[in-house]
Write a protein that binds this ligand. Structure first.
Ligand code: 13P
Length: 245
């Protein structure tokens, strides 16, 4: 099971110390099978990198540029730069970036160069409330997957994060049956159309210590991408505990 903390545009050098408790926790339960990945904002990557060295916790970034190493792109960070600072993962295609103009084409290029640089990808997909009401969920998920994934080998290094846009930050989560059905749809699509057999699909959207046990009971779920509840160590640890213990 994967537990990925997406800190979004929150956090500073003071709040960084919340990771200490999570490091302690991960040492205590090191014989359990789970992986914790922290995706802080770029400004904290270096500090996090130092903290998680020699622990089982891994580091990820929240986005990157599609140019693999360097170039005249003001304000952007490349996959190789992320790699050089100790990042092993990168989130790509988050709906908060799609909604401000990120296209499937850009996403595909970002995934392509991140894969080439050796990063693991956390590829976000998900329908909006309007699309769900119009019963377009499968069509949207299919489009996002087929247009966003480059045609390259080794795509099995990709984690899919299914995040219904209407669940993000709203406190509303899908019915378990709906979630299970959508995860099955995603896994079948990856198997049949892209030949990824053992895909990993995580869920994201208002995951908290109260609802996680129920969510984790879904048989084909491989972990969680956690926003708000990942910022407090206690909440994040509770989410992991309630799933694995
Ligand atoms: P919340 O957990 O705050 O709903 O955010 C989910 C998310 O967007 C993670 O990427």
């Amino acid at each position: 099971m994967y537990f990925i903390a997406n800190w979004k545009m929150y956090g500073n050098l003071k709040t960084l110390k919340s990771i200490n408790k999570v490091i302690e926790f991960s040492k205590r339960y090191k014989n359990k099978k789970f992986k914790i990945v922290y995706c802080p904002p770029y400004t904290l990557l270096e500090a996090f990198s130092k903290k998680v060295k020699k622990t089982t916790i891994e580091l990820g970034a929240q986005n990157c540029h599609f140019e693999i190493s360097s170039g005249p792109f003001t304000g952007s960070i490349s996959p190789m730069m992320l790699k050089s600072i100790g990042s092993k993962y990168v989130i790509i295609g988050h709906s908060e970036n799609r909604s401000t103009g990120e296209t499937d084409f850009q996403i595909k290029n970002k995934i392509n160069s991140s894969m080439k640089s050796g990063l693991n990808i956390i590829f976000c997909i998900g329908e909006t409330l309007q699309q769900r009401k119009k019963k377009l969920t499968n069509k949207i998920l299919k489009n996002q997957i087929l247009k966003g994934l480059p045609k390259i080998k080794k795509l099995n290094k990709i984690l899919i994060a299914y995040e219904p846009v209407w669940s993000i930050g709203t406190g509303i989560i899908p019915k378990l049956s709906e979630l299970e059905k959508n995860i099955t749809f995603i896994k079948n699509l990856l198997k049949n159309n892209i030949k990824i057999k053992n895909s990993k699909v995580l869920y994201g959207g208002s995951v908290n210590p109260k609802n996680v046990k129920n969510l984790a009971s879904i048989k084909n779920i491989d972990g969680f991408l956690v926003g708000g509840a990942s910022q407090k160590a206690k909440n994040f640890i509770d989410i992991v505990k309630k799933t694995i213990i």
